[in-house]
Design a protein around this ligand. Structure first.
Ligand SMILES: N[C@@H](CCC(=O)N[C@@H](CS)C(=O)NCC(=O)O)C(=O)O
Length: 215
């Protein structure tokens, strides 16, 4: 029996969960889903219908990405555990403030009630920049990563969102004033662990053989 993870390849929350599982060397059953066609077995264990959803060997359901990260770190005794407390304020700011602006920058027409599309987009870009500037300072002061010269839980939890932001307008991204953040993101994108977790998987169906990812 392996832990089961319901996941969607491009979802940044699912990405951070897969990254932690991969870094912690935990073998698991991968169930790739489509957000528009969520499997009933997933909804049965987690009716809120977001990914990632992890079902542990003991049958415990963990349906918040950060909790999946913490579960993997605790289960494996990974040294990232030491960085959890200091990471939390950063992750909180990412998941609230930055994510809010990322969504508006990426899909401004979903927020018509907040103003003209171009206005919503520009304002979100500006606001997101406040967070990116803080990251830039932290990475600069700490010589490479958010908390120190070594990656922390904050780095692994946040980079998938910065990646998504960078892809909205790649020309704008490469010419922005956050060179340290760009370098930092490139380090994560260049990691073998990242290419491993981004491998394309076929959509899960109960009829197929289980896809066990062995680390
Ligand atoms: N707070 C949740 C958020 C997860 C989340 O919102 N995932 C998105 C995909 S990136 C989702 O599943 N949305 C449901 C949908 O689009 O139907 C977590 O950290 O796991």
């Amino acid at each position: 029996m392996y832990p089961v993870l319901y996941s969607f390849r491009r979802c940044p929350y699912a990405m951070r969960a897969r990254m932690a599982i991969r870094l912690c060397g935990i073998s698991y059953e991968h169930r790739e889903i489509l957000l528009r066609e969520k499997p009933q077995t997933m909804l049965d264990v987690s009716p809120k219908g977001t990914v990632p959803v992890l079902v542990t060997e003991e049958g415990k359901v963990i349906d918040e990405s950060l909790d999946v990260m913490l579960w993997a770190i605790e289960k494996s005794g990974h040294k990232l555990a030491k960085t959890i407390d200091a990471s939390m304020p950063w992750i909180h700011k990412n998941d609230t403030f930055f994510k809010r602006n990322l969504d508006r920058f990426k899909y401004p027409n979903r927020y018509e009630d907040e103003g003209e599309t171009s206005q919503v987009r520009d304002e979100a870009y500006k606001q997101a920049g406040v967070f990116l500037a803080e990251l830039e300072d932290a990475i600069n002061v700490n010589n490479g990563y958010i908390l120190s010269e070594q990656p922390s839980v904050a780095d692994f939890a946040i980079f998938p969102f910065v990646r998504q932001f960078s892809k909205v307008d790649e020309d704008l991204w490469v010419s922005n004033s956050y060179p340290k953040v760009r370098e930092w993101l490139d380090i994560f994108l260049g990691k073998e662990a990242f290419s491993d977790i981004m491998t394309k998987q076929v959509v899960w169906s109960p009829e197929n053989n289980p896809l066990i990812i062995q680390f």
